[in-house]
Write a protein that binds this ligand. Structure first.
Ligand SMILES: Cc1ncc(COP(=O)(O)O)c(C=O)c1O
Length: 393
């Protein structure tokens, strides 16, 4: 079982030095042989657990349990010994590949360590006292809470009856103080994907002087994939639009930190005042290989669909309500308060999360929790423990 195969990174290193001897490992590295040995090791069916060594089943942060492209991993190991150098030439190549992938000119791409910085730069560039951002509730808080820290306010619009974004109500919420409309698609935490026609109509209906920000962190994992739904198709036609893309989810590279913003160069220029730099040299190299390896991404998408469908069927069998999921997670409702469920599951060694729901003033989301999709084995552990906590065994 993959779960049992999870071993900590230091164990990999220890295994390597006990196989070769630590003196030998150093000698091999000096001779440039270490990369080959590590490469062989990389092909072992292991997933290194994070170094904290916490043995819990991690279903709280939407990490990709299936790992990342072996081609990206091989390239990473090839260049790891150059980690003493700054990133000089690799960002340009990454931009070129991202631009080709999105079908936009290269100056429409701003590469960052993960997509979080794009959200934070946007909040810094636009947030100030007297202006607001319109967004869905429940929703992903990174941009909105940073926007508040810069002095702006948030106008929350409750999701619709299907737990998707209510675009009509969001349009109605826009006022003369609105600086940004933030859309997360599929929405985190509800997981619901917007109808592409409705999203397009909405983007063009928002007054031109207001920035529309579409966060597509999980879009690659939706049933129809990226091309059928991405708003990056509109960045040339609507100047005031930013789309954020990450390698953390579909590509499975959360710990490597690669992402980018897509937008008109004049709009990206505003963000650049707060730019903290591109992904590291090593992350840029791995990102290049990952984006070239679309076959691996496609496989990941299929795995997510399979496991998502499996958990939904189990939820149906257990009589558990959930919102239609199209991302790396499922938002579900039980008879236990989310805060309580998260604690109880943690005691059983399974980490899930209860999203805070600013903007929701009643208790209608108190019994909702979010679980990340991982391997079927991990989801079985989750389902088993959930059944025990809910007394459904
Ligand atoms: C909706 C959404 N956007 C953005 C991010 C930021 O992730 P990263 O910085 O790893 O790209 C996350 C992370 O979980 C997310 O859920």
């Amino acid at each position: 079982m993959r779960l049992c195969m999870r071993i900590a990174e230091q164990d990999v290193r220890m295994t390597l030095s006990s196989l070769l001897g630590s003196h030998h490992t150093t000698t091999l590295r000096r001779r440039g042989v270490a990369a080959a040995a590590l490469l062989a090791l990389a092909s072992w069916p292991l997933v290194a657990a994070p170094t904290s060594g916490d043995p819990s089943v991690r279903l709280s942060s939407n990490e990709n349990a299936f790992g990342f492209s072996p081609k990206a991993k091989a390239r990473l190991l090839e260049v790891i010994d150059s980690g003493n150098y700054y990133n000089h030439n690799e960002t340009g190549e990454l931009i070129k590949l991202c631009a080709k992938h999105e079908g936009v000119p290269e100056d429409y791409i701003l590469p960052t360590p993960g997509s979080g910085p794009v959200l934070l730069m946007t909040a810094a560039a636009y947030g100030k006292p007297g202006v607001n951002v319109v967004t869905a509730a429940p929703g992903y808080p990174q941009l909105t809470s940073a926007f508040e820290k810069h002095g702006g306010s948030v106008k929350y619009v409750r999701v619709n009856a299907q737990y998707g974004q209510d675009f009509k109500a969001m349009l109605a919420a826009i006022d003369d103080k609105t600086a940004i409309v933030y859309v997360c698609n599929p929405n985190n935490p509800t997981g619901v994907l917007a109808d592409p026609d409705e999203l397009r109509r909405f983007i063009f209906a928002v007054p031109k002087d207001i920035l529309v920000f579409v966060d597509e962190a999980y879009l690659e994992l939706s049933d129809k994939g990226l091309a059928a739904n991405t708003a990056s198709a509109f960045v040339k036609a609507r100047k005031n639009l930013i789309v954020s893309r990450t390698f953390s989810k579909g590509y499975g590279m959360a710990g490597l930190r690669v992402g980018y913003g897509i937008g008109h160069p004049e709009v990206l220029e505003k963000l650049k005042a707060f730019y903290m730099g591109p992904p590291s040299y090593l992350a840029s190299v791995a990102g290049q290989e990952a984006i070239k390896d679309q076959g691996f991404l496609e496989e990941n998408r299929k795995k997510y669909r399979e496991v998502r469908d499996y958990v939904c069927k189990e939820f149906d069998r257990m009589g558990i309500q959930y919102a239609s999921p199209q991302g790396a997670f499922i938002y579900f409702k039980t008879k236990v308060k989310g805060t309580e469920l998260v604690d109880k599951m943690k005691q059983s060694g399974v980490l899930i999360t209860r999203f805070r729901t600013p903007g929701i003033t009643d208790d209608s989301f108190d019994e909702w929790s979010r679980v990340s999709i991982a391997t079927k084995e991990e989801m079985d552990v989750f389902l088993g423990e959930l059944a025990k906590v809910l007394g459904k065994t």
